[in-house]
Ligand binder design. Structure first.
Ligand code: G6Q
Length: 532
């Protein structure tokens, strides 16, 4: 597998030259109808429109060369087959395979990573039995009643992806079933969720791959206390998703335990049991299968070497063009779908935790920009909030629009000749065009500079299957960028230092637990804010 430094690729030189004079979207014919229809790729349920990016045919050719030279697809296929990509050569690291794709490689007779796929299948079979027993009354509460609510307790990757997916698909909820989430160690997070619930008909799904996460351990205790106080038996109300053999793998503490494995990173775990248990509870087993089918189909699309046939790869390369060559520091993810309200937050983690790195896979400092700052909110709400800066601010923010031709519920109203869904999609397209075209005006405050790049992803409807496709598309866009920058996108060492320091502060704050030594910095900081 080619692991070269980004700056050494011939295509990088070529792209640097081309970036001196990028395509002018504001020029006469800069945004022609012909350009719009030729800069379009389609895969599975999605069309990807990128005529509003500042690229030319020459740039696309150079991006293809970059993909080939860097062996991006080759590395991706090696990842799917179980290469140990989560490592830094010559240094202590997690040293793991990266096999989130195996969690959905359960449909082919010959999966690329057979052992991991077999484990994924076994967990799915366990999930089906569990869901059936919730349905047919084998798994009921103390009073013989069915469970109606599941609360997922987990944080980071054990929260963001599953929560984003649940919100995206809750339109397809089974009658009487719902899911809530508790993530923060802030006791108000749990208090707010718990006060709404009938604990007797609630199952708590404690999700922690490591089984050691402070927030989740604390919230589990809080929930056990609340159940006991209500006279309920916690072991009847708690299920777990955790690493096999880890500290939470304890059949006495949980009604049922599902496993996830160390080769699936937290932020890539939404299609493992980390997401599947709550989704299965709310939507049913079939919907989980459809989600996995969508993701698996996109995993196959991502194996194409032609960038025009491989949307995740094309998205990755356009992102590199905007970030490394045109110098744009951030990316806005702007779904024109209320159901995708937490999808930007999930992608923020997935992207920034994966690609917010400063050393190469060989442990050397990088000499080029790596991951951008990722943020976003659904439209049209965002239009009434931060789009001012997108159109006229000094910072150019490449935007990624995501939309659907039809709504999920189909409940719509025609006002002034158009439906709400039409208003939604028209606004999305208009924003993309406005950012690109700009507008001259004699009044400088009313002029729009234009040339602000964006792209549009559009599908017919947000369903479990299209959601699976979309999720995998972004997972691979992120991985392709990491391969290209020659960084390890699968560790997260940058979250450790804060945890260590928090433990020092908590030692001082905990009644009778400190080791008696006085740490002057800890002492001063706590005293200054009035906490000791
Ligand atoms: C994601 C990270 C991180 C992780 C959480 C929760 O890739 O590793 O966000 O998911 O820290 O970890 P546990 O699942 O081990 O509790």
């Amino acid at each position: 597998m080619p692991f070269h430094d980004f700056s050494t690729y011939r295509a990088v030189d070529r792209l640097s030259q081309l970036a001196r004079n990028p395509h002018d979207l504001t020029a006469a014919n800069g945004l022609s109808p012909q350009r719009m229809s030729s800069f379009k790729s389609s895969a599975l349920g999605f069309d990807f429109l990128y005529g509003t990016q500042r690229v030319s045919d020459e740039v696309l050719t150079a991006l293809q060369e970059l993909a080939d030279e860097a062996g991006l697809v080759e590395t991706f296929i090696a990842m799917k087959k179980g290469a140990v990509l989560n490592r830094i050569e010559g240094y202590a690291s997690e040293n793991r395979q990266v096999l989130h794709t195996a969690s959905r490689d359960v449909f082919d007779a010959q999966p690329l990573a057979p052992e991991a796929a077999a484990k994924a299948k076994a967990e799915l079979a366990k999930l089906q039995v569990f869901l059936d027993s919730l349905e047919d009354g084998r798994l009921v509460n103390e009073r013989g009643e069915l469970f109606t609510t599941m609360v997922q307790v987990g944080i980071g990757g054990s929260d963001l992806g599953p929560r984003a997916l649940y919100l995206a698909l809750q339109a397809y909820r089974r009658p009487g079933r719902s899911v809530r989430f508790i993530a923060n160690v802030d006791p108000d997070d749990a208090a707010e969720v718990l006060r709404e619930l009938d604990l007797a008909t609630t199952l708590f799904n404690i999700v922690s791959k490591s089984g050691t996460t402070l927030e989740t351990r604390t919230n589990e205790q809080l929930i056990r206390g609340a159940l006991q106080q209500a006279g309920l038996d916690p072991s009847r109300h708690l299920v777990a998703v955790t690493g096999e053999g880890g500290p939470m793998d304890d059949p006495a503490r949980y009604h049922t335990s599902f496993y996830m494995y160390d080769y699936i990173g937290g932020r890539y775990s939404a299609t493992s049991m980390v997401g599947a248990v709550a989704l299965g509870f709310a939507l049913g087993y079939e919907a989980v299968i459809e989600l996995l089918q969508g993701a698996q189909a996109m995993d196959c699309v991502a194996e194409q070497t032609d960038i025009r046939a491989n949307i995740p790869l094309l998205m990755a390369l356009l992102g590199i063009w905007n970030h490394n060559f045109l110098g744009h520091a951030t990316v806005a993810i702007l779904p024109y779908s209320q159901a995708l309200s937490r999808f930007p937050a999930h992608l923020q983690q997935c992207d920034m935790e994966s690609n917010g790195k400063s050393v190469t896979r060989a442990g050397h400092p990088v000499q080029w920009q790596t991951g951008p700052i990722v943020w976003g909110e659904p439209g049209t709400n965002g239009q009434h909030a931060f789009y001012q800066l997108l159109h006229q601010g000094t910072e150019i923010v490449p935007a990624e629009f995501i939309g659907f031709r039809s709504s999920q519920y189909g409940a719509d109203v025609e006002v002034e000749g158009t439906s709400s869904q039409q208003k939604l999609t028209a606004n999305m397209l208009a924003q993309s065009l406005a950012l690109a075209m700009g507008r001259e005006d004699r009044n400088p405050a009313r002029a729009f500079p234009g040339n602000r790049p964006s792209s549009i992803l559009i599908a017919d409807r947000l369903t479990p299957r299209t959601m699976g496709e979309l999720l995998a598309m972004y997972e691979h866009r992120i991985a392709f960028q990491g391969f290209c920058w020659n960084i390890n996108s699968f560790d997260q060492e940058g979250v450790q230092l804060g945890k260590v320091l928090a433990a020092r502060l908590l030692d001082r704050m905990s009644a009778g637990r400190g080791n008696g030594e006085v740490d002057p910095l800890v002492e001063t900081v706590l005293r200054d804010v009035g906490l000791v």
